[in-house]
Design a protein around this ligand. Structure first.
Ligand code: MCA
Ligand code: AMP
Length: 488
């Protein structure tokens, strides 16, 4: 697949029809129906600057996102469990003009339900229920889009402040997906299975748009549980499975479920480091050495082990097609000796176009030569294989495959009237990789109430799993919190 048109495999006149193009939680949509229903969305939203999609794991989310792509209207994805503070930030910051939602009105907490197609949310934006739209666009409707359009606006945490919207272009997504198809030998003969959230790159871009671009059916399991993956293996004959390390570690804890994946072609892990014991256990139960790959919202996937290459536990592989990397320490490239660490800089056609409305934040990570300074630290051996060894900042926490900014959680805690001081770090966690851990100085409020308070304001996965109530935070002579002295 080399067409710069991201959706070519769906929209081209000679596109192969797939009766089972997308299945989510047991409901299936054929590719011509997806095209029709997304066309109806596209016609309805055409001309909008940006639209938001309440991204539940449903067929309606796929229809809405593809509708935006058909119409050339950038889509911002809203985590369905995000609380009012986070949701308002995403809607305001993105400039979304309307919200598309699935048929399940229960999942729209702030919606006022009326019998008409359009209602309004808290910010006064029109809400369009995808299920209420016609099943196809009008006969004469022709979409206007160009490969250079922005496709998605995906919000991602930084070390400080509120999440920033990464602008992902259609051409970049197409290049990134083609590079992965090549590295993983992903073809229309595959059947992809996963149960990852549809508001991030992993589940939505790789897990849905990738399948649509390659022409392989995708089965989304609703949740990424061991039982659901085993069921998809037995019932749907999946060949390619995606998961974050927590998903794989939960799977190997249930040997019978893991063994059901023996007939797969490829198991792929990413979004966080796959622990070596999980890699080994997965191999002994399924016969598969997992492919591990590394990326970030701003860059898509830039490094991966390959379907036809070495898969070394603990290592994330080689640059995918079109990608160059540098490992830089204090302005100089480090030697390729497999032991000297440097910050990973990546360059390639799949990089984002910048943060929405934040040129300074963009310039801080994307230099004039097109290198993205990732903030991740790696070593590289003489064969070009990379191993991630850490992050430059302790203020980005990796929990369950989600990247969570400590600052955002601290701000949410400080919004509680009883909280005087808060500092948040990641602490090692056997299931999630890291647990969001908060140290809080507060009067008369308990740990559980504080965790629930954050879960209500932000997305639920950002809530502190551990809250330590302390008398004071450790500070240096300048009064700055010394996070290295926080221990749970
Ligand atoms: C728990 N729940 C609560 C609260 N506590 N609800 C309200 N208030 C609370 N205080 C509910 C949740 O809503 C949920 O309900 C249920 O409890 C379980 O939530 P949680 O404990 O957070 O989930 P988990 O089981 O620990 O989740 C593990 C997971 C998840 C499934 C692995 O972390 C996950 O989906 N990770 C994937 C992340 C991902 O896709 N990252 C990609 C970004 P209910 O059951 O009703 O829902 S990275 C990326 O895109 C780059 C490019 C890359 O490299 O891939
Ligand atoms: P996000 O932009 O939310 O997808 O988070 C991207 C971050 O996830 C990266 O900057 C890395 O820190 C981390 N990450 C992704 N894949 C891997 C991996 N295979 N191993 C270690 N860290 C990873």
């Amino acid at each position: 697949m080399s067409s710069p048109d991201l959706l070519a495999a769906l929209t081209a006149p000679d596109a192969v029809e797939r009766p089972d193009a997308v299945t989510i939680a047991g409901r299936t949509l054929a590719s011509p129906d997806l095209l029709d229903r997304a066309g109806a969305v596209g016609e309805r939203i055409a001309g909008a600057g940006t639209v938001a999609v309440h991204a539940t794991p449903t067929l309606e989310t796929v229809i809405a996102v593809v509708g935006g792509l058909l119409a050339g209207v950038p889509v911002v994805t809203l985590p369905p469990d995000s609380g009012p503070a986070e949701r308002a930030h995403l809607l305001r910051d993105s400039g979304a003009e309307l919200v598309l939602t699935g048929e399940d009105r229960q999942t729209m907490p702030t919606e006022t339900t009326t019998p008409t197609t359009t209602t309004t949310t808290d910010l006064g934006l029109p809400v369009i229920t995808v299920a209420d739209l016609p099943r196809a666009p009008s006969a004469g409707w022709s979409p206007a889009r160009s490969p250079d359009d922005a496709a998605l606006l995906i919000y991602t945490s930084g070390t400080t402040g509120a999440p920033k919207g990464a602008i992902l272009g259609r051409r970049a997504l197409a290049a990134g997906l083609d590079a992965l198809a090549e590295a993983w030998q992903w073809t229309a003969a595959d059947r992809l299975v996963h149960g990852l959230p549809l508001f991030h790159v992993h589940g939505l871009v790789l897990g849905v748009l990738g399948a649509l671009r390659v022409g392989s059916p995708v089965v989304h399991t609703g949740r990424p549980t061991p039982e659901a993956y085993a069921h998809a293996a037995t019932e749907s004959a999946g060949t390619l499975y995606f998961g974050v390390p927590t998903v794989w570690s939960r799977l190997v804890a249930e040997p019978a479920a893991a063994q059901a994946l023996r007939g797969a072609r490829l198991l792929v892990s990413g979004s966080a480091a796959l622990p070596i014991p999980v890699f080994d256990r997965l191999e002994s139960l399924t016969g598969h050495r997992a492919v591990e790959r590394y990326g970030m919202t701003e860059t898509m996937i830039t490094l991966s082990t390959r379907a036809d290459g070495e898969r070394r536990p603990g290592w994330v592989g080689l640059p995918v097609r079109g990608v160059s990397t540098r490992l830089v320490h204090e302005g100089a490239d480090v030697p390729d000796d497999g032991t000297t660490p440097g910050e990973i800089w990546v360059r390639g056609p799949m990089l984002f176009s910048g943060y929405h409305h934040r040129p300074e934040a963009t310039a801080a990570v994307l230099d004039a030569q097109g290198w993205m300074h990732t903030g991740d630290i790696a070593v590289r051996d003489a064969g070009g294989m990379h191993r991630i060894v850490g992050r430059a900042s302790t203020d980005l926490i990796s929990s369950g495959g989600y990247r969570i900014g400590a600052g955002e959680v601290e701000d949410a805690l400080l919004a509680h009237p009883a909280v005087r001081e808060a500092a948040v770090i990641g602490t090692p966690h056997p299931d999630l990789g890291e647990a969001v851990t908060a140290f809080v100085v507060a009067d008369g409020v308990g740990a559980e109430a504080l965790s629930a308070f954050v879960a209500q304001r932000l997305s639920v996965h950002k809530r502190p799993r551990v809250v330590q109530l302390v008398d004071a935070l450790p500070r240096n002579a300048m009064g700055k919190v010394v996070k290295s002295r926080l221990t749970s």
